[in-house]
Design a protein. Structure first.
Length: 349
């Protein structure tokens, strides 16, 4: 039987995953058979996880960070909602999220019995006044997105954090996608800029680590205490992660990628990806399309579904936003020459 090979990345324009950095690939392979979920047995990878969290803290402006490497942004967002719920006293908790928030918050809500209240966006950003209106005595968390999945936009994080603080609620920032681009932008998004309690920031997206390596950060270990359960028969006595056995490959590759790239490599990538996104936005605008972005290296354009399907037929991996626009993410594997051949194919139809 023929050996299965993974897809090539040369026509992938919609994924938030990318080609891992060579050091990340090598580290992932070396640490395949390790489990940071059992730090008593797998000590080296547990130490590496501490390093990963420290570097994530540097990226996100947080001294002495608490947190861990998750299975992805979904787990990190679920944990944030769980903390918000567990530390609050109400029997009827709600978390306020912009309508642009990732669907993982809906999973969290369903599992945790928390009501998710969606706030409308204005120009693809959470509306602060609408957020203030919707917060009530049972609001246990407020979410801001720093780099939305569909449009790459950044919510007004400091203003949302002020609202959360006034309400006695947790402020969670979802920087799953944006976190490794934003340090080089002018946006106010990190722990130094605002009264943020917890954050999702994923090495397996723009961090260029191997999958699975999501990131969860908290301002102190007090937050993690809300998640802790006893683990009587392990050498370690408790666990705050959602999953038990976890990928040491993800942890080791996150450290390797971040050590190789923070900050210079990520800065260079931010500029290259933004230049590519601007270049594509200009080409699409010249052709009469209405383009949203780029705020981060992601654009949406009102290319027809028919044309998108034709491009998919030629092997291009492009997706649509909920409102039907074509969406393109300029991840590190997306080069200018890829975009040139994409535009040539667009012109062909
Ligand atoms: N938060 C934000 C802002 C996200 O964009 C995503 C995923 C998540 C949380 C959840 O992260 P995990 O998927 O790591 O749990 N955004 C992409 C999406 O749902 C994920 C993705 C990645 C999709 C690669 C496709 C793909 O090929 O569209």
């Amino acid at each position: 039987m023929q050996r299965a090979e993974p897809q090539a990345f040369e026509r992938v324009l919609s994924s938030m995953c990318t080609v891992p950095h060579p050091a990340a690939r090598e580290a992932a392979e070396r640490f395949l058979a390790t489990n940071p979920g059992d730090p008593g047995t797998y000590q080296t990878v547990a130490d590496l996880e501490r390093e990963a969290v420290d570097i994530l803290g540097e990226v996100a402006g947080l001294d002495d960070p608490a947190g861990y490497i998750t299975s992805g942004g979904t787990e990190a967002n679920i944990q944030a909602v769980r903390i918000a719920r567990n530390r609050a006293e109400t029997d009827d908790p709600n978390v306020v999220v912009p309508e642009s928030a990732h669907f993982s918050f809906r999973k969290a809500a369903e599992m945790l019995g928390v009501d998710i209240r969606q706030v409308p966006t204005t120009d693809h950003r959470a509306d602060v006044d609408a957020t203030a209106d919707i917060i009530d005595d049972d609001t246990v968390g407020v979410v801001g997105v720093a780099g939305t999945t569909e449009y790459g936009h950044v919510d007004p994080i400091p203003a949302l954090a002020d609202l959360a603080e006034d309400a006695g609620a947790i402020m969670h920032v979802d920087a799953a996608f944006g976190g490794f681009f934003l340090p080089f932008s002018d946006f106010a998004w990190d722990f130094e800029d605002a009264a943020i309690d917890t954050m999702t920031i994923d090495p397996h997206k723009a961090g260029q680590a191997a999958v699975p390596a999501g990131g969860f950060l908290a301002r102190s270990t007090d937050y993690l205490d809300e998640l802790t359960i006893d683990t009587p028969y392990l050498e370690s006595e408790s666990q705050f992660t959602l999953t038990g056995t976890r990928s040491g490959a993800g942890v080791a590759s996150a450290v390797a990628a971040m050590e190789a790239l923070w900050p210079t490599g990520y800065r260079d990538q931010y500029h290259t990806s933004m230049d590519n996104a601007h270049w594509l936005a200009d080409r699409l605008a010249e052709r009469g399309y209405r383009v949203v972005g780029p705020e981060l290296p992601l654009i949406a354009a009102d290319v027809s579904l028919e044309l998108v399907n034709q491009l998919r037929g030629r092997g291009w991996r492009v997706t649509k936003t909920g409102s039907g626009e074509m969406r393109i993410v300029c991840m590190p594997h997306v080069t200018r020459s890829m975009l040139r051949s994409f535009v040539a194919d667009l012109d062909w139809y």
